[in-house]
Design a protein around this ligand. Structure first.
Ligand SMILES: [Zn+2]
Length: 322
């Protein structure tokens, strides 16, 4: 059996035992400058699987960028078995715009697997599928909550798939969630090609969240360890991940100023008071109550709410009651 294999991305080849950082050309800016997606390939000397790490598919979700920045220095290609393809900034356009979207307002994570003749989002998705997903055995896709919301560190995946379940547990985040595939997402496109994806969701946009980053860095290394790609000195998992099989948002029944009395990770029971929505003088309060029992996995951080806004995301343990 040969030791390791060469990873080829575009015209760049990375042989076993080498670490190489380069750009995948994506598109020219209107000024004529070429915009590239930064990529690092860490090709281990030993045989093993290839894992991709992706951040900022939504350009304003920065925790994943920091997680990748902290993971890569801890990987030694002399002892690594297999290879890592790291793309900390997939949506380069949104990243420099500090936006979730591409310049035309499209959400990249609705355009996978993409095409060479479609919109910019579609072309970028296609490049990622061809250059990264096609030669990977597993993907770890790093996200945060959107807008004004924040997520407790959680791994979402297809938990009916035994290996995905094993690796989701190995990650060691507080929660694992059996999540449906979303049309056009990277996870769906990769899963269709038999490449499982762990979706890590933690923290909020435009910030580095200490907890989210720490759980993320340790989680990625724990997964690589569980795949026997290497060993790292890591703290013990604080608590075995809690499995949630369904999630549901509590939404604002009216517009106003919301004050929440719950925090991420809290356990709540159906009917429990989660906070109130009132007017500018604190009058005419409306109670916000839990529609089901479970754990608080995301909350809004913006007090100004319109009727229908998502306020508190509650995840339910299977058989945990309606
Ligand atoms: Zn995202």
């Amino acid at each position: 059996m040969t030791k390791g294999r060469t990873i080829a991305i575009g015209d760049t080849k990375v042989v076993p035992g080498r670490r190489h950082r380069f750009d995948i050309p994506v598109a020219r800016l209107p000024t004529g400058s070429m915009l590239g997606m930064p990529v690092a390939v860490l090709n281990g000397r030993g045989d093993g699987p290839t894992v991709w790490l992706s951040g900022a598919i939504h350009g304003d979700e920065l925790n994943g960028v920091e997680i990748i920045r902290e993971v890569l220095p801890r990987i030694d290609v002399r002892t690594l078995r297999g290879a890592i393809i790291a793309t900390p900034v997939v949506n380069v356009f949104g990243f420099i715009d500090q936006s979730r979207y591409l310049p035309d307002g499209r959400d990249l994570n609705r355009f996978f697997p993409g095409s060479t003749r479609g919109s910019l989002a579609s072309r970028l998705a296609k490049i990622f599928m061809t250059e990264v997903v096609a030669q990977s055995d597993l993907g770890i896709d790093l996200h945060t909550a959107a807008g004004h919301r924040t997520n407790i560190p959680q791994v979402r995946g297809d938990l009916d798939h035994p290996e995905t379940l094993r690796l989701s547990n190995a990650f060691g985040a507080p929660f694992i969630i059996d999540a449906r595939l979303r049309d056009g997402s990277l996870r769906m496109a990769a899963t269709k090609r038999q490449v499982p994806v762990l979706l890590y969701e933690a923290g909020q946009i435009n910030r580095f969240d200490t907890d989210a980053v720490q759980y993320g860095v340790e989680g990625v290394l724990r997964v690589l360890q569980a795949m026997e790609m290497g060993t790292w000195e890591l703290p013990r998992i604080r608590r075995r991940p809690i499995r949630l099989d369904s999630t549901r948002w509590v939404r604002a029944r009216r517009s106003g100023i919301a004050k929440l009395d719950v925090a991420l990770g809290d356990q709540v029971v159906r009917g429990e008071l989660l906070g109130t929505i009132s007017d500018a003088f604190g009058q005419r309060p409306t109670r916000i109550t839990a529609a089901n029992s479970g754990y608080v996995i995301a909350i809004t951080q913006h007090p100004l709410v319109s009727q229908g806004d998502a306020l508190v995301h509650i995840g339910q343990v299977q058989g945990g009651g309606a």
